[in-house]
Design a protein around this ligand. Structure first.
Ligand code: GAR
Length: 296
């Protein structure tokens, strides 16, 4: 098994936020009640004053503050609530505390975070100021599975924006937030479809001789290959996966990689190429794209 998803039913999601909650709002809008992907059933905060809690209550979503009295107490209560509400997927959205292995381990693969940089660059705080100080020409945001590090863990999806002359941390923050509000729901749909997952034993077995090759890819490159692998296995073509990773394969492999690219970001040239593949391949690929792109 590559991923615990798709579930075959709408997912029950929880969002954890410490502050203003614009990403929470975007998630609540992207996954309204009774949509087939799933719903946000619980919002948790370590900060009773978080505006995120108000946003949730306003939409009739259960909002719970667990005031910070140390990591152990917070995590114990949070884990209990997630279990009690039957949550399938936890989304950190501006949650500014580090979670311990006791929290992260049982949720590994079902716990996501969004961070306002092109990870692994610029983890931590004061991201936009540091990006400007370094003279970067481009920045962005990353949705990733949470592991035991700070802003580490396998990447699900990244989006990019330019850094413009005259930018301040505030203008950059606004630009990145706008991007995040589209990026996070899309990343969640990829995870819920089983098209994004942390590389584990299932993948290693499927890749066989191509596993060392996969490990050589940069963190930002891996998600593309994972989506292609997930598509090929969903199409019943798992036997093509090792060849695909080694740069071989015919129309089906090509279709899987084109779709894997387009699942992250639209690209007219790639759409054109897809339209020129054999009908059988094209239909499969377009079906996968349609499912992730037409959210409701
Ligand atoms: C977002 O930009 C998110 O990426 C960042 O906090 C902001 C929260 O905004 N998260 C981190 O820095 C986590 N390391 P919001 O409260 O308006 O969604």
């Amino acid at each position: 098994m590559l991923s615990p998803f798709p579930l075959g039913r709408p997912a029950r999601m929880a969002v954890m936020a410490s502050g203003r909650g614009t990403n929470l709002e975007a998630l609540l809008e992207a996954f309204p009640p009774k949509n087939p992907w799933g719903e946000v059933v619980l919002v948790l905060s370590d900060n009773p004053e978080a505006y995120a809690l108000r946003r949730a209550s306003r939409r009739g979503v259960e909002a719970v503050a667990i005031p910070w009295r140390g990591r152990k107490a917070f995590e114990g209560e949070a884990l209990g609530l997630l279990e009690a509400r039957g949550v399938d997927l936890v989304l950190l959205a501006g949650f500014m505390r580090l979670l311990s292995p006791a929290f992260v381990e049982p949720w590994y693969g079902r716990l996501l975070n969004i961070h306002p940089s092109l990870l692994p660059a610029y983890p931590g705080l004061r991201v936009h100021a540091r990006v400007l100080e370094a003279g970067e020409r481009e920045t962005g945001s990353t949705v990733h599975f949470v592991d035991q590090g700070m802003d580490t863990g396998p990447i699900v999806l990244q989006g990019r924006v330019p850094v413009l002359p005259g930018d301040t941390p505030e203008t950059l923050e606004r630009r990145v937030l706008f991007l995040e509000h589209r990026l996070y729901p899309r990343a969640v749909r990829l995870v819920l479809s089983g098209l994004a997952f942390p590389p584990g034993e299932g993948l290693k077995a499927l890749l066989g001789e191509a596993w060392p090759r996969f490990q050589e890819f940069a963190p930002g490159e891996k998600p593309l290959y994972l989506r292609a692998v997930a598509l090929l296995s969903a199409w019943g073509l798992g036997h093509l996966v090792p060849a695909a990773l080694l740069g071989q394969g015919g129309d089906w492999v090509r279709g899987a990689f084109l779709a894997a690219h387009l699942l992250a970001e639209d690209h007219p040239a790639l759409r054109q190429e897809l339209s020129e593949l054999s009908r059988e391949v094209r239909l499969r690929a377009e079906d996968a794209l349609r499912r992730v792109e037409s959210p409701l």
